[in-house]
Each structure stands twice: as structure tokens, then as C-alpha cells.
Write a protein that binds this ligand. Structure first.
Ligand code: ADP
Length: 904
């Protein structure tokens, strides 16, 4: 750029360079003039003194006989020399550099030469002073100075040569040619001096030009550097601003996305807990699974951006390695089981269990790797090994290996897959979904844990992902141990502070589901008021759940205030966040907040977090309850003796059958009174209690059992069987002293989850009597009646809802068809008698039975009649009855076709 500028300068630049060159040249020439002026000033004073000395030396005295006086030469040297020298010396001192000074010096210098020649008596050597003076004058590098000087010499020679030849040549008479000869020599010297002066001026000009160019280039470079520096500073400021905006945007996006996702996932979880048809459940489960996959993608993208922006902090908390690894593995148990894969892990015996680090991120890394293995392995096994690589008194370095027997990765892709968005198969037709971010995030997280990740793989043989990570040791007891007992959550009072109404509703319902006592408020002021009230009543909250992002006073500020104003001894604080901002973890730690949860929050996630925040062990699998399935192998399950109180014959059959399939034994009673009797005469592990029953209903029976227990001190878990999905009914069950509930129609998975949960609270049984191993599904199915008539889609759906158990379906259908005329008779009788309560009861019974065959028109019609009875709107009953009649006939016809049994 610079050389371009100088090679082809624009006119303007050229003009500027020329002007500057002229300026430099003038300055330099002035400097030369002044310097030379100074030199002549000195020279003239010196040569004046020398002239006096010479005069004194050559002819000090003049003689006239005996008289002697000072020679006129001496006086001439003193006065004439002084007169010649004084003006130029004065000018040189006071007007240095001016043309007048130069010319005055030139004239004076040559006059002085003439004086010296005269004083020396015209000796030829004295003439050399002329040549020397001319050469000195050339120091001005101004040839014009030589003109007056030469003229003075020439005129002097002609005048003195003609009139005083002795003064000039030391002879009394001199020919004219001698004067010409002298003038000739002077001019001869002038020629060279003029040439030298002109040459010197040219060089000075050139030098000035070069200097001007260098200066211009320098200026240009400087201004360019300054311009670029300013540009860079502006760009840096813009980049910093953009990066701030990006982080801010990410935090906001995170909030904006997580808040509605929280609504979707939370509400779906809650909805899945209600009474649903098989189809509705399937649809909802699809909604929940899709929401979770979407959340995974969003989390990946947000995590990746955060790591890229260097905005991810690692937590540093004590944790149990065994628990972290175990929990991670368990969360894959079901998926591995479904694919028929062996899933195993092994932690070296020399690996310490208590570590300090970020268990959440370690889990994320393991989840990524094991999740990938699961995705890319169709048969064989997935094994995680944890070995000690090195240890110091403070820290340990662990080596994790996730090995699978899957498709493997070609050698040329093994490095690539750790890069963002890289996949071995990136075609749109690829078999497995994924963002290609998992391993990039894994690699970054591992690096943050001071470790490295790499893969060994052989296509077709499988892959082994290795990674290392460093953790500090932690003291024994400083972390929740995997063996700690789960703590009962029921009855614990919880304060929930969240500005978002949907979140409040979700949290309230979830906490109520676990029989906790939530107080739900929308802002800090209400929270403080609630804390005040609780403190005044001497019933402080055990747990405070705060939303971090709230207008005005946010969660952190509120936590700070609580720390300041209340005694938080024994109070656990949890923070819910949707933004996941940098530094939040640190702030939580400072404020003594035990748990930091990122939305969306699933039931199981919240449950686990509350358990661990309260220093407890998780008591159920993540998502197991929500997924409606349990990863626990059936053989590990403890067989239970179950007492069933259920008046509906169809339901009785169903419950009994389901319990048998699950490996439990059941005794069925038809109402609360019978159940009470049975319990007194026989030991049971658990009671399944229908709520609405004749004689003694579920609430009354439970109250009686709990009253009796007060004397025995033992507690039998009672699980309500309820057709009601309303929140109030659920609470009523729990308030009546029941421990759990299962909504009808009964499904095996849900029943199983409820039983497993209740079983956790059971004391270990002495002398467990060995029962024959429960028949598994296959053996039951193999008993199915062969050659079933062709079922249509509707019947197929009914059978599918019964876990595809055709035999059970037939049994239920037969029982239903047998009992149906009785129920219809009851309804008819109640209608004829205008008995609203009777109608409510009989229609409810029919509805419960019909519900086992799906929630079609017959169920709907029975439900309407029940409602009409309950609300005493008998005038609407005729239309409803007609509807029931029609729908029931169709259902009966359908069931008959399936069982080939007709209603008598
Ligand atoms: P994705 O979301 O696509 O799984 P990852 O970054 O987790 O993104 O993985 C990148 C790619 O690496 C995958 O698409 C897959 O091709 C390959 N890969 C990862 N793990 C395995 C594995 N255990 N077996 C075979 N291929 C794997």
C-alpha cells in the first residue's frame, strides 16, 4: 500500500510531497547559509588578526634617517582590515542567512584578499588567498555569490595592475596580460566552483524530495495504522457487544423456550396421571416423548453455544460416583432391555466413591456416550468401565470406557465425529436421529474436567469410547451416600415462589401428589408474608422452592433476604431456573441453596432433586413412573399378599388377574366391611381399595383400618382404586389416610408402579414364604384360547388395553355379559322409582364395568346417567337412557360376537 502510494502518487499527494520537499530544501539551504555565515564571521576575525600580525612581521616600522615610526602597513592592516571585516561580521551575527550578508561577505572576503596581497608586498603566494576565499565562498553552494567576488578580484587587479603594480605583483611595472592571466585563473576556478555548487544544490533537492517522500509515507503508514487500530477497536467493541447480546439472547431464549416446555412436559406428566383411554395415553406419551426429544436438541444447542462462548461453569459439589454412574446406567435399563441388549457397568474397587466435581456434567457425558452406543448397537452389549488412572492425596484421575458391540466407526471418521455437527452418516435418509453435537459437547466437557476423549473402533465390531476426568476427593459423609434411606416426603410443608401461573399449578400438583403440603405464592412479598406466618405459627417450611427469574425481586434476591430475615436452620432451599446463567451455581453456593434445577422439570426430576436436596436417596427410577414402566426386573420384585376391596365383578376379575400376572396373590372382597373382616383374620401386605362401594365405602373402610392401627402401631399401605381423576378426589383419598391411588380403568404398568412404590415402605418380611415364581406373560399367553374368532379393530383395541391378554378379555367380557342384565335392571328400577341416588349408584357401577372395554359411547352414556342421578336432573334421564340402551346394545353385541355367549 505504501509503496503503491509512492510509486503512483495521486496529484494531490505529489503536490504535497513537492511542497514539502521545497520546504525541506529551503530549510537546509538556510542552514547551509547560516553555517557558512558563521564560518566566515570567524574566518574574517581570524584573518584580520593574521593580517595585522603579518604587517607587523613583514614591515613593522618605516624609517626616515634615524626616525622610525610604525609602518603605514600596520595601520592599514588594523584600520582597513577592520573596516572591511566589521560590516560582514556584524551582518553574519545579526542577519545570518540573508542574501545581503552573503554578498557582503563575498565582497569583503575578496577585498581582504586584496589587502593581504598588498600587505605581503604583492608576493605571488598571497594571491592564493584569492583562490582559497573563492573555494570557501563555494561553501554557500550559491554560485551567484561568486559573481560579486569575482568582479571585486577582477576590478582590483585591473585598477591596481594599472596604477599600483607593486602592491599587486611586487614589481614597479606589470604588463596588462598578467592581469588577464590572473583574471583568467580566477574564472577558471569559478567554472568548477559553479558546477560543484549547482551539483550540490541538485543533490540537496533530491535529498529533500526523498525525505519528503519518506515523511509522507511515514505519515500515511501512521494514519493507516491509526485508522486500522480505530477500526479494530470498533470491531472489538462490536464483537463484545454482539457476544454480550448473544449470551443475553441465549439466556432469554433459554427462558422463553423452557417456560412453555415446562408447561408442556409438566402438564403431560400430570395428565398421564389421570384416567385415560389407551389411545389417549398413547397420544400423550407421544407428546411427552416428542417434547423430551425437542428438549434434548434445545439443550444440546444451548449447551454448545454456552461452551463456545466460554460461559459454562462446572459445579463443584461432593457426590457419590457409584450413585452417579448407577443412576445413569439405570436410566438406560429399560431402553436396553427393549432392544435386547446387555447393559453392565463396573467401577474399579480402588476407585474412591466420594468425589468433588460436577456430577450433572459427568452424567451428561456418560449419557451422551451410552445413548450413542444404544443408538448404534442392535445386538450384543454395552459396558461401562471406570478405572483409576492416577491418584494423589487430594485428587483422582479416572478413566471411563464405554464399549459397545455396535456398527462401529470407520477410521477416517473417528476424529471427525468429535467436531460439531459431524456424523458418520449425514444423509437425510439416515436411520438415527441426532444433531451431531453430542460428542462435540462431550469433548468440551471432558476438557473442562481436565481430561481427554478418544475412540477406538472397528466397523462392524463395535466402538470403545475412552475419556479421562479429574475430580477432587471429598471427605467421607460429605456427600449423600447411595445407601441412605429414602425419606418420607408426605406431610412436609413446602413454599413455592414462582411468578408464572402455569408453573405454580404444575408444582402445586406435583408436590400434592407426593402428599407434601405446598403453599404457592407468586412473588417475594407474598413469600415473605408466608414465611412470617409460618414462623409465627411455629411451623416453618421444610423446603422452599424458588424460581430464579421473577420480576422486581428475583429468586436470588429473595434467598438473600430469607437468609437475612429468617432462621433457615433445617430449611432446604431449591432454585428453579430457566436461564441457566453463568455464575448462578456460584451464587447458589454462596446463598446456601442446596439444589439448582433447570426447567423444564419433570415429576421424576423434581422428585429426585427434592430427595437428594433433603439428603435422601432416590426411591424410584427417573421417569419410570412417568413412563408407566419400571426398569426393575420382575424377578426382583417382592411378591405381595394383596387384599382387594371392589364391588364390581368385572373389576374384581381384572384386578385379580393383573395382580397374578405381576406375581402377587390376591384376596377379593366385595365391599369395605368384608375387607375389614378379611384384614382382621389374615395378614396382608397391602390393600387395594375401591372408593365407591356399597355397605362400607373406601373412605369409611380406610378410616376404620387406620383407627385399628392406632392400637397395633402397624401401618398397612392402602392404595385407592378410583375412577375419579379430579384433584379434589385425589386429595380426599390421601386425606382419608390412603397412601396412594390408581385411577381406573386399571392398567398393569400403573398398578405395578403404585405397588412398587408402596412396597418400598414395607418392613422386611420375616420368613418369607417362597411362592412359585409368578407366571410370566408368555406362559399366560400360551394358555390363551386357541382359534379365536377374528377380532375387529375395536375389539383389538380393547384387548390391547388389557396388555394383549385375550383370555383375560374373554373372561371379563363373559363376566360383564352375565352381570350386565342385573345392572341394567337396577338402573331401570331406579329410573322407574324416580330414585336419583339409586340411579347415581347403579349407573356408576355400570360405568366402571363398561370402562374396562374402553371409553366408547356406552361408557359416555353411563357417565351421563350417573351425572344426572348425582345432580338430580331426572327430567333429562329419558334421552340419556335411550342413548345408553342403544350404545350398550352395540357393546353387548360386539362382546357377544367375541365370546359367542349371549345374554339371557
Ligand atoms: P448425534 O446426535 O448425531 O448422535 P454425536 O456427536 O453424539 O451426534 O455423534 C456423532 C456421530 O458419531 C453419530 O452420528 C454417529 O455417526 C457416530 N457415533 C457416535 N457414537 C457412536 C457409536 N457408539 N457407534 C457408532 N457410531 C457412533
Amino acid at each position: 500500500m505504501t509503496s503503491e502510494l509512492l510509486d503512483q502518487p495521486s496529484l494531490e499527494v505529489r503536490r504535497r510531497i513537492d511542497a514539502r520537499a521545497a520546504e525541506l530544501f529551503d530549510a537546509q539551504r538556510q542552514a547551509v547559509y547560516r553555517r557558512t555565515d558563521r564560518m566566515f564571521a570567524v574566518l574574517m576575525i581570524v584573518q584580520w588578526m593574521v593580517g595585522i600580525g603579518l604587517a607587523w612581521w613583514v614591515s613593522p616600522h618605516a624609517w626616515a634617517g634615524g626616525d622610525r615610526w610604525l609602518h603605514a602597513h600596520v595601520w592599514a592592516a588594523v584600520f582597513l582590515g577592520g573596516a572591511i571585516s566589521s560590516l560582514p561580521v556584524w551582518l553574519a551575527i545579526f542577519r545570518p542567512g540573508s542574501a545581503l550578508t552573503r554578498y557582503a561577505i563575498a565582497v569583503a572576503q575578496m577585498l581582504f584578499s586584496g589587502l593581504l596581497i598588498h600587505l605581503m608586498g604583492g608576493r605571488i603566494e598571497a594571491h592564493f588567498h584569492v583562490f582559497g576565499s573563492l573555494a570557501f565562498l563555494a561553501c554557500y553552494r550559491d554560485w551567484k555569490v561568486l559573481v560579486p567576488a569575482t568582479l571585486v578580484v577582477v576590478i582590483d587587479h585591473f585598477v591596481r595592475g594599472a596604477f599600483f603594480p607593486f602592491s599587486l605583483y611586487g614589481v614597479l611595472g606589470a604588463p596588462l596580460w598578467r592581469t588577464f592571466e590572473h583574471a583568467g585563473w580566477v574564472l577558471f576556478e569559478d567554472v568548477f566552483l559553479v558546477i560543484a555548487s549547482l551539483q550540490s544544490v541538485r543533490e540537496m533537492k533530491l535529498l529533500s524530495l526523498r525525505q519528503a517522500e519518506v515523511e509522507t509515507a511515514h505519515l500515511y503508514v501512521e494514519s493507516e495504522v491509526q485508522r486500522r487500530t480505530e477500526e479494530l477497536l470498533a470491531a472489538r467493541a462490536a464483537a463484545e457487544q454482539a457476544s454480550r447480546a448473544k449470551s443475553e439472547f441465549l439466556a432469554n431464549m433459554s427462558h422463553e423456550i423452557r417456560t412453555p416446555m415446562n408447561g408442556i412436559i409438566g402438564m403431560t406428566d400430570l395428565l398421564l396421571d389421570t384416567e385415560l383411554s389407551k389411545a389417549q395415553r398413547d397420544d400423550l406419551e407421544t407428546v411427552r416423548d416428542s417434547a423430551r426429544s425437542l428438549m434434548t436438541v434445545i439443550k444440546d444447542v444451548l449447551d454448545f453455544s454456552k461452551i463456545e462462548a466460554g460461559k459454562l461453569d462446572l459445579d463443584s459439589v461432593p457426590f457419590s460416583l457409584e450413585r452417579c454412574v448407577g443412576d445413569t446406567m439405570k436410566s438406560f435399563a429399560l431402553a436396553a432391555h427393549k432392544k435386547g441388549l446387555e447393559l453392565a457397568y463396573h467401577v474399579g474397587t480402588d476407585v474412591a466413591d466420594g468425589l468433588t466435581g460436577d456430577p450433572g456434567r459427568l452424567r451428561q457425558v456418560l449419557t451422551n456416550l451410552i445413548g450413542n452406543s444404544l443408538k448404534f448397537t442392535d445386538k450384543g452389549e454395552i459396558v461401562l468401565d471406570v478405572v483409576l488412572e492416577s491418584a494423589s492425596p487430594e485428587a483422582v484421575r479416572l478413566h471411563f470406557i464405554v464399549g459397545d458391540t455396535g456398527v462401529g466407526i470407520p477410521a477416517d471418521k473417528q476424529q471427525l465425529i468429535f467436531e460439531a455437527f459431524a456424523q458418520v452418516d449425514s444423509s437425510t435418509t439416515r436411520k438415527h436421529a441426532g444433531t451431531g453435537l453430542g460428542l462435540a459437547i462431550t469433548a468440551q466437557l471432558v476438557a473442562m474436567m481436565k481430561g481427554k476423549v478418544h475412540v477406538e473402533s472397528e466397523p462392524g465390531q463395535g466402538s470403545r469410547f475412552h475419556f479421562t476426568a479429574e475430580f477432587r476427593r471429598c471427605e467421607e459423609g460429605a456427600y449423600p451416600s447411595p445407601g441412605a434411606e429414602p425419606r418420607e416426603l408426605s406431610g412436609l410443608s413446602v413454599l413455592v415462589v414462582d411468578d408464572n401461573a402455569t408453573n405454580r399449578r404444575i408444582l402445586e400438583q406435583m408436590l400434592s401428589n407426593w402428599k407434601m403440603r405446598p403453599t404457592v405464592v407468586a412473588d417475594a412479598a407474598e413469600a415473605v408474608a408466608a414465611m412470617d406466618r409460618a414462623a409465627a405459627a411455629n411451623a416453618p417450611f421444610s423446603l422452599v422452592v424458588l424460581d430464579s427469574q421473577m420480576p422486581e425481586v428475583d429468586g436470588f434476591m429473595l434467598a438473600e433476604r430469607m437468609n437475612r430475615d429468617f432462621d433457615l436452620n433445617g430449611v432446604t432451599i431449591m432454585m428453579l431456573t430457566s436461564a441457566d446463567r453463568q455464575g448462578d451455581i456460584e451464587r447458589c453456593r454462596e446463598l446456601g441453596i442446596q439444589r439448582y434445577l433447570t426447567k423444564p422439570i419433570t415429576q421424576s426430576h423434581l422428585f429426585d432433586s427434592i430427595q437428594s436436596a433433603l439428603g435422601m436417596r432416590r426411591s424410584r427410577e427417573p421417569d419410570a413412573a412417568a413412563a408407566g414402566a419400571d426398569a426393575k426386573p420382575r424377578s426382583e420384585r417382592r411378591p405381595l399378599r394383596v387384599l382387594v376391596a371392589e364391588d364390581n365383578v368385572v373389576n374384581q376379575k381384572l384386578v385379580q388377574r393383573l395382580l397374578t400376572k405381576l406375581g402377587h396373590s390376591a384376596r377379593v372382597t366385595a365391599n369395605g366391611a368384608e375387607a375389614l373382616e378379611a384384614r382382621r383374620s389374615e395378614p396382608f401386605d397391602l390393600i387395594l381399595m375401591d372408593v365407591q362401594m356399597p355397605v362400607l365405602d373406601g373412605f369409611e373402610a380406610t378410616a376404620a383400618i387406620r383407627a385399628e392401627e392406632r392400637t397395633t402401631g402397624r401401618h398397612i399401605p392402602i392404595i385407592a382404586l378410583t375412577a375419579h381423576a379430579m384433584k379434589g378426589d385425589r386429595e380426599a383419598c390421601l386425606a382419608a389416610g390412603m397412601d396412594g391411588y390408581v385411577t381406573k380403568p386399571l392398567e398393569m404398568e400403573r398398578l405395578q408402579a403404585a405397588l412398587d412404590e408402596a412396597a418400598l415402605a414395607l418392613p422386611p418380611r420375616e420368613n418369607v414364604e417362597e411362592r412359585p415364581a409368578p407366571a410370566d406373560d408368555a406362559s399366560i399367553k400360551s394358555e390363551s384360547i386357541p382359534s379365536s374368532p377374528a377380532f375387529d379393530d375395536e375389539l383389538r383395541a380393547m384387548i390391547a388395553a388389557l396388555d394383549d391378554d385375550e383370555e383375560l378379555f374373554r373372561e371379563l367380557a363373559e363376566t360383564f355379559l352375565e352381570a350386565c342384565p342385573g345392572w341394567i335392571g337396577d338402573i331401570r328400577a331406579a329410573l322407574d322409582a324416580g330414585d336419583a341416588r339409586g340411579l347415581d349408584r347403579s349407573a356408576h357401577t355400570l360405568k366402571g364395568a363398561v370402562g374396562n372395554f374402553g371409553r366408547g359411547p356406552a361408557y359416555e352414556a353411563a357417565r351421563r346417567l350417573e351425572e344426572i342421578g348425582r345432580e338430580d336432573r331426572l327430567d333429562e334421564s329419558v334421552a340419556a337412557w335411550d342413548e345408553l340402551d342403544r350404545a350398550l346394545s352395540a357393546l353387548i353385541h360386539k362382546l357377544e360376537s367375541a365370546t359367542e355367549v349371549s345374554v339371557s
